[in-house]
Design a protein around this ligand. Structure first.
Ligand code: B12
Length: 353
């Protein structure tokens, strides 16, 4: 759970995010130079993707400023620290980089803006001090009590690419619990486990991709067997926000509504905002569900919501969003202009039944 925040007003947060963005390239250069020089390890102090990791910090600073939640940056750097530890990166490299960013911005931003950025960076520093290389990111929190007992076996079978075993497991779980609960209580946590394995470098990217592709196929097969309720004449649209490549969350949410008799458009990964708005104006869904997987995607979500509302005016659909971990952020939905944030499709269905 993310603690209540000192609250960064939305407009100031957005302006600070813009100000920080202007300095991105220069700040990344300075941090890389200083960290590499200090550790005498050359350009690859953070591993092969060192520059990208420092660069990505900017997306997460922006995400935290837009969400008004310094603790989100904290969650991210704790997650990153775990990843870097698994890559053998010296443990003080990340805290040092956050300090360097603080010094960089202290000299460049007006003091009111620096205070906001510093609150985010301090959130990161505090989180790193409290959980050195052991923290759990927002996506690692699997509620074991809510998981299907076959979660671990499914995760292992997905990584092995053992289609037959996977099919047996999901078919049995669907027969017992129905499609949506099978997806949420079995496939979802199995993929979360695989994500943790990737983070700890125990699962390769190829295995992660194989597992997701297989999971998609398993879901399609089970969905094809399910009997949807009679059409209820209601229309919904689901999509991933720009840059979100994680398709299964929105897919399962779309499936859940379809099974209840809704007519559903599912636009898939990385949906450009122009196309999203165009489709909404064309088909006028009653409900739009957007999916976000990473904190860095929050600014894109905010932009999508703003654009839909301004294009549709009074006729705007209800707009909801979902994605792991972020439901715990206080007032996030309200701040982003959403009607609601949903940790999983079932609660959304109950709300719009
Ligand atoms: C598979 C996967 C990928 C695949 C995705 C392929 C695909 N076709 O989908 C690929 C390889 C592309 C990928 C890429 C990346 N990934 Co990835 N990925 C995963 C993994 C293992 C599984 C994702 C998944 O399918 N989960 C299962 C679904 C069902 O769960 P869900 O998305 O949470 O959805 C549920 C709810 O959140 C909710 N929900 C979601 N959306 C919506 C929308 C609405 C409207 C509603 C109502 C509900 C709802 O309902 C769903 C069902 O209950 C996760 C692990 C994890 N914890 O999710 C990591 C994970 C999300 N990825 C991660 C990372 C870092 C990345 C990359 C940055 C790095 C990389 N691997 O290259 C890139 C970024 C790509 C991008 N720009 O989006 C991290 C994020 C860490 C963090 N703290 O931010 C994770 C958590 C892995 C980890 N433990 O470190 N990834």
């Amino acid at each position: 759970m993310v603690p209540a925040n000192p609250s960064i007003p939305l407009e100031q947060g957005a302006a600070a995010a813009q100000a920080v963005e202007q300095y991105r390239a220069q700040a990344v250069d300075e941090v890389m130079a200083a960290v590499c020089e200090r550790t005498a390890a050359g350009e690859d102090v953070f591993g092969d993707s060192g520059r990208d990791d420092v660069d990505a910090l900017f997306d997460y600073i922006a995400g935290s400023l837009i969400a008004g939640e310094p603790a989100l940056f904290g969650q991210y750097v704790v997650w990153l620290n775990e990843l870097l530890a698994a890559r053998g990166v010296p443990p003080d490299s990340l805290p040092r980089s956050v300090d360097l960013l603080r010094d960089f911005f202290r000299d460049r931003l007006p003091s009111a803006q620096f205070d906001l950025v510093n609150a985010v960076l301090e959130g990161g520093r505090r989180a790193l001090e409290q959980s050195p290389a052991l923290g759990r990111g927002p996506h690692s929190s699997i509620d074991a009590t809510a998981c299907h007992p076959c979660t671990e076996v499914l995760a292992e079978s997905l990584i092995r690419g053992d289609q037959r075993r996977c099919e047996e497991i999901v078919a049995a779980a669907t027969a017992e619990h129905g499609y949506v609960d099978m997806a949420v209580r079995l496939v979802q946590p199995a993929l979360y486990r695989i994500g943790e394995g990737w983070q700890a470098r125990k699962v390769s990217v190829a295995q992660e991709q194989l597992a997701t592709a297989l999971a998609q196929r398993l879901l399609v097969r089970q969905l094809a067997e399910a009997t949807p309720a009679a059409g209820n004449g209601r229309r919904a649209l689901f999509a991933c926000v720009p840059s979100n490549q994680h398709v299964l969350g929105a897919r399962i949410a779309a499936d859940a509504f379809e099974l209840e008799g809704w007519e559903v458009d599912y636009l898939g990964a990385d949906t450009p905002i122009d196309s999203l708005v165009e489709r909404i104006l064309e088909t006028q869904p009653e409900l739009v569900g957007l999916s976000v997987a990473l904190i860095r995607q929050l600014p894109a979500l905010k932009e999508a919501v703003d654009r839909i509302r301004s294009a549709c005016g009074d006729a705007a659909p209800r707009i909801i969003a979902g994605g792991a971990g972020l439901d715990a952020v206080p007032n996030l939905a309200q701040r982003l202009g959403l009607d609601q944030w949903h940790a999983q499709p079932r609660t959304a269905l109950e709300e719009y039944a």
